[in-house]
Every structure is written in C-alpha cells, then in structure tokens.
Design a protein around this ligand. Structure first.
Ligand SMILES: [Zn+2]
Length: 199
C-alpha cells in the first residue's frame, strides 16, 4: 500500500489565522541579531512567520505579541516601524491593478505554453482524464458556462471566477471569445493563479 501523502501545513497569518492562498501572505524572518525583516523572495534563511499583506494584521500581531512569539524574539519600535513601511510598500506594489496585469500575463504565458484548455469541449475532454482541474471563467460568462462550471465543481474540480470579462480574457489569451479555460489544479501555475485570484 502506498504511504499516505504528507500534507503540508497551510501557511497562516499569525495575527488573524487566515490561510494562504485565500490571502496574499508575506513572510517575516528573524535576522541573526534578533531583529526581523520582510522576506520578499520567501527564501531568506532563519525562523519565519507569515502575515497578511496589510498593516492591520501587523498591528494586531504587535498588540497580541503573536509575531514576537512566533519568531521567538522581541522587536524594537524602530523595527516595527520599518516592517510597517515595508508592508505598506509591498501592498501598493501588489494592489488590484498589478494583480490583474500579472494575471493577464500569466494566462497568456500558460496559453503559449499549451498548459490551458480552452472552451467547454476541450475542458470536458480533459476533465474525463481523471486529474483535478482548476477551471477559470470570465466574469460575464453565459448561463450555460456557469452551469458547466458548477457541474465540474461538483465532480471535485476547482472553479474560480476571473476578475476579467470575456473580452479581456480573450485578449489575454490571444483567442476569440473565450468564456472558460482550465489547467491542471496541481501545478505551480495553478498555485500562482490561486494566489493572484485570492480576494
Ligand atoms: Zn492576517
């Protein structure tokens, strides 16, 4: 019998306990001198903790001591202020407009890399192969496509609505009148899309 898959613990904001990928979380990492910095690349070594990308959660984490506990260090006022500046800066860089732009470019790349299935027939055929799909639909898709998406979701596929209408989705994909597209749900690409589509 195969060993059960070890499930990775979801990353959770230390202040409000929201899990990624429902929210964009940012990693805060303890530095060797006991201070803390934002880890924008997610690759800095050291003890880390996650926070939502908003100052409210930073303030809450400071008030409750949640961040200090998670990092096992106490932070100076200057360090808190610096964290707040960095989070504000990052949140601005990662606002709704930037997300939409990134989303369009990611969809275009996926299409060119032949990772996307477009249209109900192609998606239905792919869904029949047994691997879970992430189904994306345009904001103004037809009722028929909406029902199709509901049907797939009830079969265990994931469905997310795009913040794009048919025209914008079609333009991003360089294809005519696209209402729905799908890709493998278990892929790095799907992870990225989920993060971009969260809230
Ligand atoms: Zn939070």
């Amino acid at each position: 019998m195969p060993a059960p898959l070890t499930r990775q613990r979801p990353r959770t904001c230390v202040a409000c306990r929201t899990e990624a990928p429902k929210r964009a979380l940012i990693r805060v990492v303890r530095t060797p001198d006991g201070s803390a910095v934002l880890d924008v690349t997610g690759r800095l070594p050291g003890r880390g903790a996650y926070l939502c990308l908003n100052v409210e959660c930073l303030h809450k984490a400071r008030r409750t001591g949640a961040l200090s506990r998670a990092l096992k260090t106490s932070l100076t006022d200057a360090c808190w202020e610096e964290l707040e500046r960095c989070i504000e800066h990052c949140a601005k860089e990662y606002g709704p407009e930037e997300r939409t732009r990134e989303l369009r470019s990611l969809l275009g790349l996926s299409r060119r890399g032949r990772l996307l299935f477009i249209g109900m027939d192609a998606i239905r055929a792919e869904a029949g192969r047994g691997k879970p799909l992430l189904l994306l639909t345009a904001r103004d898709c037809s009722e028929a496509v909406g029902k199709f998406a509901e049907g797939l979701a009830s079969e265990g596929h994931q469905h997310m609505e795009l913040p794009l209408d048919i025209e914008a989705l079609s333009a991003a994909l360089g294809a005519g009148s696209v209402q729905a597209a799908a890709l493998a749900a278990r892929s790095g690409l799907a992870d990225k899309l989920r993060i971009l589509l969260a809230e």
